[in-house]
Ligand binder design. Structure first.
Ligand SMILES: [Zn+2]
Length: 219
């Protein structure tokens, strides 16, 4: 795969930044694509721009504001609270159809620029109940994309079966631990690096980081 080109679905967060480093090791050319759908924070877009700028990676930002028009949710609207799913409900951050749309647009972009590989940081291990983060969904979509464009895309999901601690380990193995820790944005309150420490995204990130650091000490 060393001589091939890949598109990385990129948000500027811990997971997709780790995927970006993974892709840079796997492929000769890497292009990042970020979807702008009126996320709570413009910081997310700015953060994605800063990272790709620093790494010298070509970056496409696609306007997906129509998603908010269709399905208002906690990530796109300030008046909806960010909550974990309770009693089997989906979390308030769930955006129906998001990965279906994003991956389809990534596929169209990949075709335009002659890339066969698409990389995404979706993960089934702690998927918080998002149905479109499941491996079965990605495999199904891979087939659908290939049929729809008569192409041979390969969707890569390097984080699919990793927990948060293992994702930190992957970043470390790629020599990107400090970069990912200091420059990425996971926090729902728009604070880079270790974030606000209070929101569900920060708690998840911190738990994984603590677990990884403990694991590392034990080695
Ligand atoms: Zn936070």
């Amino acid at each position: 795969m060393k001589k091939e080109k890949a598109v990385v679905v990129f948000s500027g967060g811990q997971d997709s930044t780790t995927c970006l480093f993974w892709a840079m090791e796997q492929f000769s050319e890497v292009v990042a694509v970020t979807f702008d759908y009126n996320q709570r924070h413009q910081q997310e877009i700015d953060c994605a721009k800063a990272i790709t700028g620093e790494l010298g990676i070509q970056h496409h930002i696609l306007d997906m504001s129509l998603l908010n028009q269709l399905a208002p949710n906690a990530l796109t609207r300030d008046d909806i609270e960010v909550k974990d799913g309770e009693n089997g409900d989906l979390p308030s951050t769930f955006v129906p159809g998001r990965n279906l749309l994003f991956m389809s647009f990534a596929g169209i972009l990949a075709r335009q620029i002659g890339a066969r590989h698409i990389v995404t940081g979706v993960c089934e291990t702690d998927f918080s109940g998002y149905p479109d983060c499941r491996d079965i969904f990605i495999k199904s979509l891979n087939v659908t994309l290939n049929l729809s464009m008569d192409d041979n895309f390969v969707i890569h999901t390097p984080l699919m079966w990793l927990n948060k601690a293992e994702t930190w380990k992957l970043a470390d193995d790629l020599g990107a631990f400090e970069f990912v820790r200091e420059k990425t944005l996971t926090c729902y309150n728009g604070i880079v690096s270790d974030g606000c420490g209070e929101c569900p995204a920060c708690r998840l990130r911190k738990n994984g980081l603590d677990e990884y650091l403990k694991m590392k000490e034990g080695l």
